[in-house]
Design a protein around this ligand. Structure first.
Ligand SMILES: O=C(CO)[C@@H](O)[C@H](O)COP(=O)(O)O
Length: 220
C-alpha cells in the first residue's frame, strides 16, 4: 500500500503561504484546514484563499472542512478545484448525497470523524466514499498530542475497507510525527496529515521523506 504524506498548512506561515506551499513540493497532497469558529473553536480561511492555493500549489489540494452546513459549502470547494473534499460526519444531513455530488464535480469525497464519533455507521457506505478521515486529536488546532485510543478505530476501518474492496483511503490527522507514524501505519492508515512535525522541521522536504519512509517500512 503506497502511503501519502499531506502536510497541513495550519502550521505554515500564512503571510508566506506560496513560499510554504513550494517547500512541500515533494509531498503527495497539501492539507487545507477550513474552520468556521462554529464547528470548531477556531477560524482559518475560506473559499477565495482555497481557490488561490489550488492555482499555485505544486501538489493536489486536500480540503478538510471543519465547518457547519457542509451540505451547502462542500461542493463549492470541489468547484474551486480541490482534488479531495472531506466533510464531517457530524456536520452533514445527507452524507451519501453530498459524496455523490462531490464525485460528480470531479473531487474525491471524504468523511471525517471526530474522536468520539463511531465509524460503524459509515462502513456500509464505503463504496460511496473515497476517503475516511479518522481524527486523532480533537479538531481545531495544530500541535496537539496523538490520541492513542484511536488505534482500534483505525484498525476496524482498515479491516472494513479491505473487506469491502473499495480502495477507500484511510487518512489520519493530528499528532502525526516520527514518533507516532509507525504504529498508525501498522494499524492501517495510508494518508498521513502532519502539520507541526513538517513545518516545524529545519528541513521540511527531508521531514516529509522521513515520514513517508517510516510509514512505508511498516506497511511493506
Ligand atoms: O485538522 C487539524 C487540527 O484540527 C490538523 O490538520 C492539524 O493541523 C494537524 O496538526 P498537527 O497535529 O500535525 O500539528
Amino acid at each position: 500500500m503506497a502511503v501519502k504524506i499531506a502536510p497541513s498548512i495550519l502550521s505554515a506561515d500564512f503571510v508566506n503561504l506560496e513560499r510554504d506551499l513550494q517547500r512541500i513540493a515533494n509531498a503527495d497532497l497539501v492539507h487545507v484546514d477550513v474552520m468556521d469558529n462554529h464547528f470548531v473553536p477556531n477560524l482559518t480561511l475560506g473559499l477565495p484563499i482555497v481557490q488561490r492555493i489550488v492555482e499555485v500549489s505544486p501538489v493536489p489540494v486536500d480540503v478538510h472542512l471543519m465547518i457547519e452546513d457542509a451540505d451547502r459549502w462542500a461542493p463549492e470547494f470541489a468547484r474551486a478545484g480541490a482534488s479531495s473534499v472531506t466533510f464531517h460526519a457530524e456536520a452533514t444531513q445527507a452524507p451519501v448525497r453530498l459524496a455523490r455530488e462531490l464525485r460528480s464535480l470531479g473531487a474525491r469525497a471524504g468523511v471525517g470523524l471526530r474522536p468520539a464519533s463511531p465509524v460503524e455507521p459509515f462502513l456500509d457506505l464505503l463504496p460511496e466514499l473515497d476517503m475516511v478521515l479518522v481524527m486523532t486529536v480533537e479538531p481545531g488546532f495544530g500541535g496537539q498530542s496523538f490520541i492513542e485510543g484511536m488505534l482500534p478505530k483505525i484498525r476496524r476501518t482498515r479491516q472494513a475497507i479491505a473487506q469491502a474492496g473499495t480502495g477507500t483511503w484511510l487518512q489520519v490527522d493530528g499528532g502525526i510525527s516520527r514518533s507516532t507514524i509507525a504504529r498508525v501505519a501498522q494499524a492501517g492508515a495510508d494518508v498521513f496529515v502532519a502539520g507541526s512535525a513538517v513545518y516545524g522541521a529545519d528541513d521540511v522536504a527531508a521531514e516529509i521523506d522521513a515520514l513517508r519512509t517510516l510509514g512505508s517500512t511498516i506497511q511493506a
